[in-house]
Design a protein around this ligand. Sequence first.
Ligand SMILES: Cc1ncc(C[n+]2csc(CCOP(=O)(O)OP(=O)(O)O)c2C)c(N)n1
Ligand SMILES: [Mg+2]
Length: 339
Amino acid sequence: MAETAKKSLNLKELSKKPELLTGGHRLCAGCTASVVMRQMLLAAEDPVIISNATGCLEVATTIYPYSAWLTPWIHSAFENSAATITGVESMYNSLKRQGKLPVDKKIRFIALGGDGGTYDIGLQSLSGALERGHNFTYICYDNGAYMNTGIQRSSASPLGADTTTTPAGKVIAGKQQYRKDLTAIVAAHNIPYLAQASPSHWRDLMEKVRKALNTEGPAFLNVIAPCHRGWRCKIDEGIELARSAVETCFWPLYEIADGKLTINYKPRQRKPLQEWMEPQGRFNHLFKPENAAILERLKERVKLDWHLLLDLEIKQKLDLKEWQGVLKDKYNIDYPVEY
Ligand SMILES: Cc1ncc(C[n+]2csc(CCOP(=O)(O)OP(=O)(O)O)c2C)c(N)n1
Ligand SMILES: [Mg+2]
């Protein structure tokens, strides 16, 4: 069962908590992955054990012989962060059953991965762990490419993005495929809690972390994490671009708790997608007249996805009969389902 966050988040109280990801790590200045991690760790109410798939976060926070983590933390290979942490969780449960660990102590298990490690190579281990029903939270920080190895495209890179393996030039105009909707794929596993979040909306993110960690069973968070190297924006623009991804509905904030979808933030006026794209060098070429069709495709798709999400939220509030009534009254459509 997904649980609501136990206590409300209070900045004064949070400021007294020790930072469990210490300074001195070697992530780039302005990297938002470390902001996401600090928000995550501050939100955690119980001790955590973390497994981290390789990627920028893993590499730059644990350059041998140092570690910036003040939590138990396991380096995991690229493809199996979820398998690693669910192995730890299983062992923990076994030791408790054998009476070798106290039964009343609560420990939370977290698997971390970038978009490459989660949308692509780690998808099988994530899917298996979710389906087996382990008690853990998977957090994907999505910066939209394989940043650590030199900005190669991943299945999370947006349509049209200029990456080193989809270079925009005379032959192609950046990535040719639309991004994979991983959050929807995770939703299809029918787990008790999942959400999309952004570090720009820190309270929303931290509440979601708390709900995820307090969930009995698997939980998943997909968090947008701008990378100024790969997005080719200014160093200090990361959080503003995370905010603008939400305001343009490229990255809607929503959650699905026990099957119920809630959109946590609806911009009063959806901002034009260009406002998010223009500061990012990876999209420069899409503003040339010859690439107008790709820009249009991306804009249309973001709009469609947002509208589908709104539809879903509305539809689940109505039962089928009410929905049939709406379709008939408003559009004169007969919805072909018999009771
Ligand atoms: C099996 C395997 N293939 C490739 C690599 C090389 N590798 C290490 S990190 C990385 C990119 C990680 O991308 P992502 O998960 O998106 O994290 P980011 O670096 O963007 O934070 C790659 C390809 C590896 N370590 N293991
Ligand atoms: Mg990445």
